[in-house]
Design a binder for this molecule. Sequence first.
Ligand SMILES: NC(=O)N[C@@H](O)C(=O)O
Ligand code: NI
Length: 162
Amino acid sequence: MLTLKAEPLTAEAFALFGDVLDARTSASFPINAGRTQRHHDLAKVETLGENAHTLINIFVSQPVTLPLELTFLERHPQGSQAFMPLHQEQFIVVVAPPGEHINPDDVRAFVTDGRQGVNYRAGTWHAIQSVLEREGEFLVVDRGGDGNNCDEFPLAITVMLE
Ligand SMILES: NC(=O)N[C@@H](O)C(=O)O
Ligand code: NI
C-alpha cells in the first residue's frame, strides 16, 4: 500500500507528466481591441492513431472523500487529456511517468488551488478525475478515434492532504 500526502501543484513539479493550465502564470497577449488577454497555446494536445480527432467535453463529477483510496492508475496511450475547472473547483492529481509499468517510488500526488487545470501528456499514468468538496464541472479536452485509449494499472494508493 502506497500512502501519499498531496503537495501543492506547480508547473515545475508537474513538468514530467504534462502541463499546468493557469492564467495567473501563463504569458498572454491582447486581442479584441485590447478587451481580452489571450493565454495562447498552453498545452500540447496529442491525438494519435487511426481516425484520431480532438474531443471537447464537460465532466460533471461528484466529490471524492479523503483520504482518497485508489486501486489503479490509468493512462491514455493515444492522446493527451486536459481538465480545467469551470467554477474554481479544487481536485486531486495523482500521476506517474509514462511507461509500461509504474514504479511506486515515482508516483506523485498533488492538490490544485482552484485556478489550475492540468493536461496529462499521452501515456502519463493518472488517477481518474477526483474533485474535492462539491460537485465539479470540468472542461475536458482529449482524444477520440479508433482503438484502445485507456489502460489501467492496478496499484493501491491512499492520498491525504498535508
Ligand atoms: N474515462 C474518462 O473519460 N475519464 C478518465 O480518463 C479520467 O481521467 O477521468
Ligand atoms: Ni484519464
